[in-house]
Design a protein around this ligand. Sequence first.
Ligand code: TA6
Length: 234
Amino acid sequence: LSTASEFGPNASIRGGIPVIFPQFSILGPSQRHGFARRTAWTLASTAVDEKIARARFLLRADDATRAAWPFEFEAELAVTVGGSQLEEALTIRNSGAQEFSFTAALHTYLRVDDIHDVVVEGVGGLTYIESLTTLEKHTQPPGAVTFTGPVDKIFLNAPGELTVREKGRALRVEKQGFPDAVVWNPWIEGGASLPDLEPGGYLHMLCIEPAAISQPITLVPGAAWTGMQRLVEG
Ligand code: TA6
C-alpha cells in the first residue's frame, strides 16, 4: 500500500488488490479499469475458524453502475486469509435479462524489498501484449522476468502458477479462471508520474495480476463466472 494512496469516495487505492471490473484499462467505453475499484462494496459475511478468516463482499448494479455500464450484475469477492496464504475468488453473475461481456483483473500490489532483486518465473516463452492501443503481440524470451526498467506486459494464456522470487523469499501466485496475467512495475519516471505513489515507491512494488483481458468473458442471463487467485508464501 502506497503511503500516498488516496482514500474516499471514488478514489482508487494504490495498493492491496483493487478489483478491475467490468473493463480492464482502456479496453472499452467505460472508465479506466472500470468502476468496481472505486465503488464501496457491502460486507456480506465474515467467519473465523481456528486459523482461517473469511469474508465475502458484494457489489450489485445500481443507478451509478448502470450509468457507467448498462447491465444488471452481482459481483462477489470471497477472501480467505490464513497461515501463509491469501485466497480471493471473484464471481460475476448476470442478474439481468441481457447478455453482457466484460474484462476483469485482480490488480494485486505486492510489497517487495527491492525491485532490482526480484524475478518472476513462469512466463518465459509466452506471448504478451504491451500496448493496449496497438494490441501488437510479442514473445517473451525464455527464463525469468527481471526488472531494469519499466515493465507493463499482459501475458496471454499464462500458466496457473507463477513464482515471484527475491532475496530469501518466494511467493507462489496461483490462478484459476483468469486466462491472462499482467506484470507491471512503472519504474522511475512512470512511478514519479503517479501522484498517489510515494517518491521511490516503484522500488518496493510489483503488480502481478490474474486477468481476463484477451478473451472477454460473456455471460448469458442467469450465468456466472468465477476467477480466483491464491498467494502462498514460502
Ligand atoms: O495493470 C497494469 C496497468 O494497466 C498499467 O498499465 C498501469 O498504468 C496500471 O495498471 C495502473 O493503472 P492506474 O489506473 O491504477 O494508474
